[in-house]
Design a protein around this ligand. Structure first.
Ligand code: PLP
Length: 386
C-alpha cells in the first residue's frame, strides 16, 4: 500500500503493511519467526538482531496499533496483563496508583499483589465520583488507571475530565481500551498518556491468541517501554502478532455488526421479566448513556445483566443456552457468557465484589457475529426457564 494522503482508521486496520514485502511482493505481510538475525559484519547489526528486542512482524502490528490509537509508538506484549504490568513497571518504587474499584479482576489482582510486595500504594476509587477522584489525587499519585467501559458493569467515566484532573495533579493517565478498541474509542485524543489493550479480545477477534499492547502518546515514552519489554522479556510472539494483524483487518466491520446485535439483545433483555437490570451504555436509560454517546464512537458489543432469580436462575440459563458459550474472555466472533462472581472476578473476594456491585445474579455477555435473531431466540429460550 503506497500512501499519498492521510488515511482513515478503517483503511489503516485493513491495509497497514499490505503489499509491503520487498522480497517477493507478497500481499499478506510475511511471518518472520526467526529468533535471531545474522550480523552484516563485525559490530554491524542489521535493523533486527534478536527476537526479544525486535521482530518485523510484531513491529508491523505495533505500528498499526499506534496509528489507530493516534500514539507516538506501541509495544506488543505477550498478554494484556503483561501490557498493564509494563506500564506499572515504569513507576518509581512506592509510587501511588489510582485504579477503578470495579476494574477487571486480573488488573486488581496484579495491582494488589504489587502493593503487597511494597512496590506501590494502591487506591481503588469509584471514578464516576469526581470528589473521590479529587481526594485520591490530592495525595500526588504517579498513575491514574482508567477502564471504560468497565468490566463487567459497563460503567463509563469521562476520560477527558479525569485526564485533565490527573495532569493537574502530576499523574500520568493510562486507559484500558480493551472493551471498545480504537474502532470505537481513542483515549489519547482525550488526554491519555498510555492506552492499554488485551489484544486477546477485539483486536485479534478470533479467540486464538493471548496478547497485549501499550500505545504511548509520546514517542520517547514508547521507546522506553519498548526497551523495557526487551529488558524483562515480555514481548509478544511473532506468530501471535501475525494472527492479530490478520484479525485487525476486519476489526471495523466486526465491531459494527457485533454492536448492532448487542443493542437488539440489550433491548430484549430490558423488557424481560426474568431480568432485573441491564447494563449497556447504548440504552437511553443507562446512567452513562449521554457520556458514552459523546465520548465513544459506538456503544460496543459487551453488556451485562442481572437475573431476578439470582444464582439459581443463572445456573438454569447457562444450562439452557445453545449459542452463548459459557466461557471467560470476550471480543471474539463467537458469543460468550460469563458469571463474573465465580469466574473473571472470583479473585477479587466477596467484599471487593460487593463494593463494586458485582452480584451473584450478574452475567456478562460478549456478543459475537452469529445471526442476531438466532442470538435473541437462544437467550429468550434460556430466560423462559429462569
Ligand atoms: N483488561 C481487560 C479489560 C480485560 O478484560 C482483560 C482480560 O479479560 C485484560 C485486561 C487482561 O488481558 P489478557 O487476558 O490478555 O492478559
Amino acid at each position: 500500500m503506497t500512501e499519498t494522503r492521510p488515511l482513515r482508521p478503517e483503511t489503516i486496520a485493513a491495509a497497514h503493511g499490505v503489499a509491503s514485502d520487498a522480497a517477493f511482493g507478497a500481499i499478506a505481510p510475511p511471518l518472520y519467526l526467526s529468533s535471531t538475525y545474522e550480523f552484516a559484519g563485525f559490530e554491524q547489526p542489521r535493523v533486527y538482531d534478536y527476537g526479544r528486542a525486535g521482530n518485523p512482524t510484531r513491529d508491523l502490528l505495533a505500528d498499526a496499533l499506534a496509528r489507530l490509537e493516534g500514539g507516538g509508538g506501541a509495544v506488543v506484549t505477550a498478554s494484556g496483563m503483561a501490557a498493564l504490568d509494563l506500564v506499572v513497571s515504569q513507576l518509581p518504587a512506592g509510587a501511588g496508583v489510582i485504579a477503578p474499584h470495579d476494574c477487571y479482576g486480573g488488573t486488581m489482582r496484579l495491582l494488589k499483589a504489587r502493593e503487597q510486595l511494597g512496590q506501590l500504594s494502591l487506591q481503588l476509587v469509584d471514578q464516576r465520583d469526581c470528589d473521590a477522584v479529587g481526594a485520591a489525587l490530592a495525595g500526588s499519585p504517579d498513575l491514574l488507571l482508567i477502564e471504560t467501559p468497565s468490566n463487567p458493569l459497563l460503567r463509563v467515566v469521562d476520560i477527558a475530565a479525569l485526564s485533565a484532573q490527573a495532569k493537574a495533579a502530576g499523574a500520568a493517565v493510562a486507559v484500558d481500551n480493551t472493551f471498545l478498541s480504537p474502532a470505537l474509542q481513542r483515549p489519547i485524543a482525550l488526554g491519555a498518556d498510555y492506552v492499554i489493550h488485551s489484544t486477546t479480545k477485539y483486536l485479534n477477534g478470533h479467540s486464538d491468541v493471548i496478547g497485549g499492547a501499550v500505545i504511548a502518546a509520546d514517542a520517547g515514552k514508547a521507546e522506553r517501554l519498548s526497551h523495557w519489554a526487551n529488558v524483562v522479556g515480555c514481548s509478544g510472539s511473532p506468530f501471535d502478532a501475525w494472527l492479530t494483524l490478520r484479525g485487525l483487518r476486519t476489526l471495523f466491520p466486526r465491531m459494527h455488526q457485533q454492536q448492532l446485535s448487542a443493542m437488539v439483545i440489550a433491548q430484549m433483555l430490558d423488557h424481560h421479566p426474568a431480568v432485573s437490570a441491564v447494563h449497556y451504555p447504548g440504552l437511553a436509560a443507562h446512567p452513562d448513556h449521554a457520556l458514552a454517546a459523546r465520548q465513544q464512537l459506538g456503544f460496543g458489543a459487551m453488556l451485562s445483566f442481572e437475573l431476578a432469580g439470582g444464582v439459581d436462575a443463572v445456573k438454569r440459563l447457562i444450562a439452557a443456552l445453545r449459542l452463548f458459550t459459557f466461557a471467560e474472555s470476550l471480543g471474539g466472533v463467537e458469543s460468550l457468557i460469563v458469571h463474573p462472581a465465580t469466574m473473571t472476578h472470583a479473585d477479587m473476594g466477596d467484599a471487593a465484589r460487593h463494593v463494586a456491585g458485582i452480584g451473584a445474579g450478574l452475567l456478562r455477555v460478549s456478543v459475537g457475529l452469529e445471526a442476531e435473531k438466532d442470538l435473541v431466540e437462544d437467550l429468550a429460550a434460556g430466560l423462559a426457564v429462569c
